[in-house]
Write a protein that binds this ligand. Structure first.
Ligand code: FAD
Length: 432
């Protein structure tokens, strides 16, 4: 175990992908780390059953010049891929207005490139972590294929891919025959497709399995995990966080540390607001379905994204994970039957004999979404409060890299990746 030199206690708030990875990298640097979460274990909320994609290829955000019209068209449609349920909530309206601003072409390009850089760095970080820890998490290095049902969407995607290609990412624009040669699982609906964009370097794997195993390793390295503990509020005094009020079965108490990391996903916003820190993160509810695969030779080799329905199909070991849809509807976690069934219906359409369709397990989670889909990573205006949240659709893709970068920032060093961090330090990272 390589534990470095810092004599500082850090309290990490939240044990999702972001909290656990941050704790691991901080401990590796030698910080004294405690993680607090209300659940009985790690990654049991939004990080539990996501689409499993490590998708640098999907760095383009929802907010794009085409989005406003699509969102208007989808208003009130129960099975819409992106559904705004307008509420009397000023935070939702502020988020929506900023989303409109992020739809400007120059913002979309900026946001895509920022996400691409962070995602690429994060993929490399995950690859190194995988080598170092040897964690098994049903991962596949078989790329991600985005399939298109209409020529118009295929042509637009092929043009959009050029931005990432020009910036050094590989994207293969494929005919339907070429796509089926790479992913024979698509043979049943090949006649309905117009083409595909393939990102051969993208990966997939079970985020929950990886994060839970990483938490175990972090605990062995000396990180203390306090599960079943609710964070009631953060307190400040003299321009700094003075403590965090925690509550568990034994009662309430205030816990103090030298530094604090806010990694509470969608719940970060209210917690930060209490100490005067503004974070425009809103919950974007998504759904997944997990099914046992009964016809392994017919399974996708890696992960496939169906652009028309914005649904992801990923083979994770002997299971198919189907995920997608986004609903801006506050913190409601109920399962909407129409949205659940939209997932399995589309999977049956593409892969009719793949799964035991009766053994479906539905799940829903709240993506911590910013209007730009760019996460907030860095030091807040309260000197000892750091933030690692707002990863929206890309929390698994960007998680390991965001966490490593934040551990650099807390150590006072500028991370290796070119990203608009919050209040970054000026010192370059030290040579290994
Ligand atoms: C349907 C769906 C599909 C997705 N697919 C992908 C994908 O394919 N690829 C990808 O990169 N990303 C994907 N994502 C996004 C990704 O899952 C999220 O961005 C990521 O899980 C966010 O992690 P987090 O650690 O920020 O939040 P969380 O996992 O929500 O962690 C926050 C933690 O804080 C704890 N907490 C909250 N409030 C309190 C409190 N008051 N007291 C104590 N503890 C508290 C929670 O228990 C939780 O453990 C998907 C998301 C969804 C919903």
């Amino acid at each position: 175990m390589n534990v470095g030199q810092y004599q500082m206690r850090v309290l990490v708030l939240g044990a999702g992908i972001l909290g656990v990875h941050t704790a691991y990298f901080l401990r590796q640097r030698g910080f004294d780390v405690t993680v607090v979460d209300r659940q009985p274990g790690p990654a049991l909320e939004t990080s539990f059953a996501n689409g499993s994609q490590i998708s640098v290829s999907q760095s383009d955000p929802w907010a794009s010049p085409a989005a406003p019209l699509k969102v208007l068209k989808w208003l009130g449609k129960e099975d819409a891929p992106l559904l705004f349920r307008l509420k009397m909530d000023p935070h939702q309206w502020r988020w929506g207005l900023r989303f409109l601003y992020e739809c400007l072409p120059s913002r979309t390009e900026h946001n895509t490139l920022q996400a691409m850089r962070l995602s690429e760095y994060s993929r490399r970080t995950l690859q190194a972590l995988r080598k170092e820890t040897k964690i098994a998490y049903d991962h596949a290095e078989a790329g991600i294929m985005m399939i298109h049902s209409t020529k118009a969407s295929f042509d637009a995607a092929a043009e959009g891919a050029q931005l990432l290609i020009r910036n050094g990412e590989r994207r293969d624009v494929l005919s339907v025959a070429e796509a089926v040669a790479i992913e024979p699982a698509l043979k049943h609906t090949a006649h309905t497709l117009a083409g595909a964009i393939y990102a051969p370097h993208d990966e997939s794997g079970d985020a929950f399995k990886f994060t839970a195993a990483l938490a175990e390793r972090a605990a062995k390295m000396g990180v203390e995990f306090r599960y079943g503990t609710t964070i009631e509020r953060v307190e400040k005094s003299g321009g700094k966080v003075s403590g965090v009020v925690l509550k568990n079965a034994k009662g309430s108490r205030t816990e103090t540390a030298d530094a604090y990391v806010m990694a509470l996903g969608s719940y970060s916003t209210a917690m930060l607001k209490h100490v005067g820190v503004d974070a425009l993160v809103y919950p974007a509810k998504g759904y997944s379905a997990t099914l046992p695969i009964v016809n392994m030779p017919g399974a996708p080799k890696g992960s496939i994204t169906d652009d028309e329905m914005k649904i992801v199909f990923t083979t994770i070991g002997d299971r198919l994970r189907i995920a997608g849809t986004a609903e801006l509807n506050g913190f409601d976690l109920s399962l909407n039957t129409v949205r659940c069934e939209a997932l399995t219906k589309r999977a049956k359409h593409h892969f009719p004999d793949l799964c035991d369709w009766d053994a479906v397990q539905y799940w829903t989670g709240l993506r911590p979404a910013t209007p730009s889909n760019l996460p907030i990573i860095g030091r807040s205006n309260l000197g000892n409060l750091y933030i690692n949240t707002g990863h929206g659709t890309l929390g698994w893709t960007e998680g390991p890299g965001s966490a490593k970068a934040l551990s650099d920032i807390i150590a006072g060093e500028m991370p290796e990746v070119d990203y608009a961090f919050l209040n970054p330090p000026s010192r370059k990272i030290s040579a290994p």
